[in-house]
Design a protein around this ligand. Structure first.
Ligand code: NAP
Length: 481
C-alpha cells in the first residue's frame, strides 16, 4: 500500500513538492506519511500570504474569530480516535497518552474560542476632568510558530489558538519526526473555513525553514519550543530585527522526596514523571533528590516499580512506555547511559536497548535508574530527554533545595512531602516556572500560564490568559468628552 502524502498549506492552497518520510518509531518499516519538504521560498510565500490575510482577519470581530476556533474543535472532536492513533504511530507515545493530548488540544481551541468574547483591555479612571482613558488589545501581525515533536498536537494548538483569537495570522513549521498532528489541525482550520492565508503550514528542515522564517520580512514575532541550542540561535537572529520572541526550551527537572512524604504515592509520581512518554516530556523528572533518611528504601522501591513497566508498541493495550521518537534520540539516550555508567557505575535497573522479537522493529529502550548521582556528574546536569533517571542523595530539605536550584535550567520542579511549611518553602524558593506538590512534575493544564524560568524559557508565558500578553499589544486611548 502506498503511503499517503501530506502537502504544505500556503494561502489556502495545498502545495505539492518533493517529500520526506514520517516513520513509526515502534515499527520503523511503516511509513506513516510522506510530507512535502518545504523550501525557504515556501516559507517566504507563506509569510507573504499571512501578511495579505492580516488586515481582514484582524478586523473581524473577535467573537467571530472565536466561532472559527469552535469549529476547529468540533472537527478535531470528530476525528478524535484517528488523530490519537496517528499520534501514537508517528511519535510513539501510548494510545491513552495520545488521547489525553488530543483532548487537551480540543479544549485549548474551545478555551481560546471563548476568549474571543472577552479579550480584556483596561478601563481605568483618568486624573483629568471629563477624560476617558482605556486600552484596547490589538494583534501584532504575522507570527511564525516552530514546534517540537514531543507534544505534536498540544503544542501547535497552544500556540495557534491564542495567536488566531488575538487576530494574528500565522506560519507554522512542525517538527520533522512528527508533523502529522499539526497537519491535522491545519486541515481542520481549512475545513472550518478560516479564510485563506490566515493559517499557513510549511514542513521540512528546521535549519532551512527556521532561517527563512526568522528573516521573512512580514514576520513580527516568532515562537519556538525545542532545544536550548536552537533557541539561543533563534534569539540572536530575531533580536537583529527586533522581532518579538518567545522561547520554551530544555529542562533538567528535579523532584525532591522528603522523608515525611506519602511513600507509595511519591514512588508513583517519580516513576510516572521520569518514564511515561518515554521521558520525552520537557517537564519530565530527570533528577530525584531524596532525603537521606529514606534514600535506600526509596531507591529500592523505585527500582521495583520501574521493573514492572511494560515497554512496547503504544497501540497495544497494557503498554506503559513506547519507543524513543527516532534513531537520533535513541542514540542520545544510549550515549548518556554510557556516560552515566562511567560516572555513577552500573544502573540499578535498565541501561540497554531492548532487542528481540517486535523490539527489533523499533527504537525501544529500558527505563533506566542511576543511583548515587552527584551534582558534578554530566547526567545530573545535561538534559537527556529519554527514560533515564538520576537519583541523588540530600542530607535534608535545605540540601535538597540547594541541589535542585543549582543548575542553569528551570522548567518544572516537584516536592513530595506532607509538611505544609516545607511545601511553602518550596513554592517560594524553587527556581522553576512550573511547580507541583505531591504530583508528578509533568502534567500541566491549559488554563494557567505555562513556561519556565532561567535558561529554560525566554519571553512571556504561554497558555491561559498569559498567552494574550504575547500575541497582542495594548493601544491606549485618552478621550476628552
Ligand atoms: P529541536 O531539535 O530544537 O526542534 C524543535 C523545532 O525546531 C523543530 O520544528 C525543528 O525542526 C526546529 N529547528 C531545528 N533547527 C532549527 C533552526 N536552526 N532554526 C529554527 N528551527 C529549527 O527540539 P526537539 O528535538 O524537536 O525537541 C526536544 C527539545 O524540546 C527538548 O530540549 C525539550 O526540552 C524541548 N521542549 C521544551 C518544551 C517547553 O515547553 N519548555 C516543550 C517541549 C519540548 P526539525 O524537526 O525539522 O529539525
Amino acid at each position: 500500500m502506498s503511503s499517503p502524502t501530506f502537502p504544505n498549506y500556503i494561502n489556502g492552497e495545498w502545495v505539492a513538492g518533493p517529500t520526506f518520510e514520517n516513520r513509526n518509531p515502534a515499527s520503523i518499516d511503516e511509513v506513516v506519511g510522506l510530507f512535502v519538504k518545504g523550501s525557504a521560498a515556501d516559507a517566504d510565500q507563506a509569510a507573504e500570504a499571512a501578511q495579505a490575510a492580516f488586515s481582514p482577519w484582524s478586523t473581524l470581530p473577535a467573537p467571530a474569530r472565536g466561532n472559527y476556533l469552535f469549529k476547529v474543535a468540533e472537527i478535531l472532536e470528530r476525528e478524535f480516535d484517528q488523530i490519537a492513533s496517528e499520534m501514537t504511530r508517528e511519535e510513539g507515545k501510548t494510545l491513552p497518552e495520545a488521547k489525553g493530548e488530543v483532548r487537551r488540544a480540543i479544549n485549548i481551541f474551545r478555551y481560546y474560542g471563548g476568549e474571543g468574547s472577552r479579550l480584556p483591555g483596561l478601563l481605568v479612571p483618568s486624573e483629568r476632568d471629563r477624560v476617558h482613558t482605556f486600552s484596547i488589545r490589538k494583534p501584532i501581525g504575522v507570527v511564525g510558530l516552530i514546534t517540537p515533536w514531543n507534544f505534536p498536537i498540544a503544542i501547535p494548538a497552544w500556540k495557534l489558538a491564542p495567536a488566531l483569537i488575538c487576530g494574528n495570522t500565522v506560519v507554522i513549521k512542525p517538527a520533522s519526526p512528527a508533523p502529522l498532528c499539526a497537519w491535522r489541525i491545519v486541515e481542520a482550520c481549512h475545513q472550518a473555513g478560516i479564510p485563506k492565508g490566515v493559517v499557513n503550514f510549511v514542513a521540512g528542515s528546521g535549519g532551512e525553514l527556521g532561517k527563512a522564517l526568522v528573516n521573512a520580512k512580514p514576520l513580527k514575532a516568532i515562537l519556538f519550543t525545542g532545544s536550548t541550542d536552537v533557541g539561543h540561535w533563534l534569539h540572536a537572529e530575531a533580536s537583529k530585527r527586533m522581532l518579538r520572541i518567545q522561547l520554551e526550551m530544555g529542562g533538567k527537572n528535579p523532584t525532591i522526596v522528603l522523608a515525611d512524604a506519602d511513600f507509595n504515592s511519591a514512588v508513583e509520581n517519580v516513576v510516572n514523571a521520569a518514564f511515561f512518554s518515554t521521558g520525552q516530556k520537557c517537564t519530565a523528572t530527570s533528577r530525584a533528590i531524596v532525603e537521606d533518611a529514606i534514600y535506600e528504601t526509596f531507591v529500592a522501591a523505585l527500582v521495583e516499580r520501574t521493573r514492572k513497566l511494560k515497554v512496547g508498541n503504544g497501540l497495544e493495550a497494557g503498554i506503559d512506555i513506547g519507543p524513543a521518537v527516532d534513531e537520533a534520540q535513541l542514540k542520545t539516550d544510549l550515549k548518556y547511559i554510557e556516560i552515566g555508567r562511567k560516572e555513577a557505575g552500573e544502573p540499578r535497573t535498565g541501561g540497554h536497548r531492548l532487542t528481540g522479537g517486535a523490539y527489533d522493529k523499533g527504537y525501544f529502550i529500558e527505563p533506566t535508574i542511576f543511583a548515587d548521582v552527584t551534582a558534578d556528574m554530566t547526567i545530573a546536569k545535561e538534559e537527556i530527554f529519554g527514560p533515564v533517571l538520576s537519583v541523588m542523595r540530600a542530607k535534608d530539605f535545605e540540601d535538597a533545595m540547594r541541589i535542585a536550584n543549582n543548575i542553569p535550567l528551570g522548567l518544572s520542579a516537584s516536592v513530595q512531602t506532607t509538611n505544609l511549611s516545607r511545601v511553602f518553602d518550596f513554592v517560594y524558593r524553587a527556581e522553576a516556572g512550573l511547580l507541583t506538590v505531591n504530583l508528578p512534575s509533568a502534567g500541566v493544564e491549559y488554563q494557567l500560564p505555562f513556561g519556565g524560568t532561567k535558561e529554560s524559557s525566554f519571553g512571556s508565558k504561554e497558555q491561559g490568559p498569559a498567552a494574550l500578553e504575547f500575541y497582542s499589544d495594548y493601544k491606549t486611548i485618552y478621550l476628552k468628552y
